[in-house]
Write a protein that binds this ligand. Structure first.
Ligand SMILES: *Cc1c(COP(=O)(O)O)cnc(C)c1O
Length: 389
């Protein structure tokens, strides 16, 4: 089977991990700071806080922005459930802004309309979480302008988009957001096995994120409460945090992987260009790219509209599996999950996200996908939609 995504592990990656096993630190050692520096340097941002996974990063990002009971968080319905669950972990409520039919990202027009309504009703969101689907940045300048007008914070869920850029600057520079989150799950652009990071240019937020990552404990005397016996080994828990730390075993793999980030993204872009060319003459829709963005192509969603194609998404999906291609669907709108429907969300809530959900198929997209395998994928799509090649 050809998977839709998989990691690219080199001998250097393996050597780095083996070496760390013989070193003094398996966790809380020097590799974490080095991995964080490799991210801050690449993205041109002051702080990166490496954590156990992106879900943890989203959780502490919400907490660092003081999301709690009574607060509202908005995100895209066209995402992995973690983008939304993070708000629920904090006791906040969540709502969804429909997507743009061209980019498949949160629609700025729908966001503006929804903000106007929320302002009138007095229930504006505290945080909005745009998700850069498949590696293509959202229209961050416009979303940021709305955040200034309506007074909300922004967390970019950039789980798909390390290595992508927006208006010539790397995703992760936090120019238009408070915090940006990356995932290092094996199907994402670079991997640590499990892993994530929260990035910010704000010193105070970085301090909060670091503390939340490790039990709410600090040994920074500037923020510790003065104690009569000023013991030198003193540390204090000053907030309620978690153990969301990344291990040095994961971080060393991340350091090694980061040296190939540009290579990974170049390979993904080359694969996308070949798909684009191959599908240009077929009755299917390839991912449209906004002129302001350069995608890192975590995913390559191909859209099958039964009215245009004569075949349904399900038929094409099944035919590809039959041909040994393990395609996938990203995503079922979050609010269509049974857990969310039980909260009162109804089918049809975000019509564009549902339309996308009824058409999208994620084709194989990963750096080690061979040209032969890619040709097999293209031929299988052609056959499934009834085109001769
Ligand atoms: C993968 C992913 C996450 C969660 O990442 P983990 O590192 O697996 O916790 C969150 N949001 C999006 C959009 C993702 O694709």
């Amino acid at each position: 089977m050809i998977p839709y995504g998989r990691q690219d592990i080199s001998q250097a990656d393996i050597d780095a991990v083996v070496e760390i096993l013989r070193s003094d630190f398996l966790t809380q050692g020097p590799s974490i700071a080095k991995f964080e520096s490799s991210i801050t340097e690449f993205c041109g941002v002051r702080h990166a806080v490496a954590v156990s996974n992106a879900t943890a990063a989203l959780h502490i990002a919400c907490l660092a922005l003081d999301v709690g009971p009574g607060d509202m968080v908005w995100t895209s319905p066209n995402t992995f459930v973690a983008s939304s669950n993070c708000a629920l972990y904090c006791g906040a409520s969540v709502d969804f802004v429909d997507i743009d039919p061209q980019t498949y990202n949160m629609s700025v027009d729908r966001l503006r309309e929804k903000l106007e309504v929320a302002q009138a009703a007095g229930n504006l969101p505290k945080v909005v979480i745009p998700v850069h689907l498949s590696g293509q940045s959202c229209e961050m300048e416009a979303i940021h302008a709305l955040s200034q007008e309506y007074g909300f914070h922004i967390i970019e869920d950039a789980s798909h988009s390390i290595g992508g850029s927006y208006r010539g600057s790397p995703v992760g520079d936090c120019r238009y957001s408070d915090i940006t989150v990356f995932s290092f799950h094996p199907v994402k652009i670079v991997t640590t096995g499990e892993g994530g990071a929260a990035l910010t240019k704000d010193d105070e937020l970085a301090e909060k994120l670091r503390r939340l990552r490790s039990h709410g404990i600090t040994s920074d005397r500037r923020i510790m409460l003065p104690r009569p016996d000023d013991e030198i080994w003193n540390y204090q828990q000053i907030s309620l945090g978690f153990n969301y730390r990344m291990t040095d075993i994961h971080a060393i793999l991340g350091i090694s992987q980061m040296t190939r980030l540009r290579e990974f993204v170049d390979k993904r872009r080359a694969i996308a260009a070949r798909y684009d060319a191959a599908f240009a003459q077929m009755p299917v829709k390839t991912p449209w790219q906004h002129a302001d963005t350069q995608s890192s192509y975590h995913l390559y969603p191909l859209l099958v509209d039964a009215d245009v194609c004569g075949k349904t998404q399900k038929q094409v999906y099944a035919a590809l599996w039959q041909a040994g291609i393990a395609v996938n669907l990203h995503y079922i709108p979050v609010y269509r999950q049974p857990y969310y429907e039980a909260m009162g969300f109804k089918p049809g809530y975000c019509p564009e996200a549902e339309k996308y959900y009824r058409q999208a198929i994620s084709l194989p997209m990963f750096p080690t996908l061979s040209e032969t395998d890619q040709e097999h994928v293209v031929a299988a799509v052609a056959k499934a939609v009834g085109v001769r090649v």
